[in-house]
Ligand binder design. Structure first.
Ligand SMILES: *Cc1c(COP(=O)(O)O)cnc(C)c1O
Length: 357
């Protein structure tokens, strides 16, 4: 069976030695030494000032919405994993969708202006499949209306835009380190910001608001990453360049073989990509079903990322329909990409798609 992705398992001996250390110290969580080490290493890698590790990518978003005191409406994209939107609804916020650009799959800044109201408090764009948003246009809109900008950068590990980590954009960026992501900590995530005061507030909020024993200075929640997750992260980080290279090879092989037969996402110029996904576009949903069925018959399971378009969610009745996002979600299929996918397996996937077309 060939799934859309498989979690990367790092060197077991190295992981064991980290676990030995955890046993020796007896520290399992509460901002332990491995969490601190992973934070430092990620700060260096991204060249950003503040990386705060958290329990998962959804928690990262929830904590940020609270600490930035968002209220009312939030402008976001309908073409993302459900967590971008569900965390807003969970936090009592109303998502308002701005339709996407059909070529880049990202929120189209031209659609943002018209849906901003006096109830809007923030913009939450997503760098879909690691493609940097039009951050310049989004920033100027945010400035004009004095809105906070939070990038859901869950797909954008190691993405560099105009020579800098994409995580430096906006007021805050959030990342997911879920097992299926390019870099992972089993479950986990991070919040990135350049603002020292904000970073301090965020850290406080992730640990119940404690500033010391018996001293609670703010509303908080438990959003902490634990030492076992950080140990996994440190091991995966040592091998992340190898992971990225393997994925790059696979994605480029799909592109070369399927060029002219399927559509591809158009990337922002001046971007160092991370090749985290292999989305391809077909002419219509019938074609997608046909291809998917033939692949399934051979034990190959691509995924319809992202389907459904989030303006169709049952708990958001009356959302104005985002036609570009809906159409894209009907035509897209993400093909298998993971370390360990063999040349032979990939050739088979390509052959089945070619035959189906
Ligand atoms: C994976 C993902 C999340 C959620 O992250 P978890 O760590 O699974 O909670 C949020 N947004 C996007 C775009 C994602 O891909």
């Amino acid at each position: 069976m060939i799934p859309v992705t498989k979690p990367f398992l790092p060197n077991k001996e190295k992981l064991k030695s980290y676990i030995d250390g955890i046993y020796d110290r007896g520290i399992l969580t509460n901002y332990g030494p491995l969490v601190q080490e992973l934070e430092r290493r990620l700060q260096d890698r991204f060249d950003v000032d503040h990386v705060i590790l958290v329990a998962n990518g959804s928690m990262a978003l929830q904590v940020v919405y609270k600490v930035l005191e968002l209220e009312g409406e939030v402008v976001t994209t309908p073409f993302s994993f459900v967590a971008t939107t569900s965390t807003m609804v969970w936090g009592g916020l109303k998502p308002v969708f701005a339709d996407i650009d059909p070529a880049t799959f990202n929120i189209d800044p031209d659609n943002i202006d018209s849906i901003i109201s006096n109830r809007t408090s923030a913009i939450v764009p997503v760098h879909v499949f690691g493609n940097p948003c039009n951050v310049e246009a989004i920033e100027s809109i945010a400035k004009k209306y004095q809105l906070k900008t939070i990038y859901d950068a869950s797909h954008a590990f190691d993405v560099v835009y105009k020579g800098k980590s994409i995580f430096g954009c906006g007021d805050v960026s959030t990342i997911s380190f879920h097992a299926t992501k390019l870099f992972h900590t089993i479950e986990g995530g991070a919040i990135v910001t350049r603002d020292a005061a904000l970073a301090k507030k965020i850290r406080l909020a992730t640990n119940f608001g404690f500033t010391g024993p018996g001293k609670i200075d703010a509303l908080g929640i438990n959003a902490k990453m634990n030492e076992f997750e950080a140990a996994m992260g440190l091991c995966v980080l040592d091998e992340v360049d190898h992971i990225a290279n393997a994925r790059k090879c696979i994605v480029e092989t799909y592109e070369l073989a399927l060029e002219g037969k399927v559509g591809f996402q158009r990337f922002q110029a001046e971007t160092k990509k991370n090749f985290s996904y292999a989305p391809v576009l077909f002419s219509n949903s019938d074609r997608v079903f046909e291809v998917e069925q033939r692949l399934n018959e051979s034990g190959i399971y691509p995924r319809r990322y992202f389907y459904p378009s989030l303006d169709c969610l049952s708990y958001l009745p009356g959302s104005p329909s985002c036609t570009v996002s809906r159409e894209l979600s009907e035509k897209i299929l993400c093909l298998p990409v993971y370390v360990g996918l063999t040349d032979g397996e990939q050739a088979k996937i390509i052959k089945i798609i070619e035959d189906a077309l």
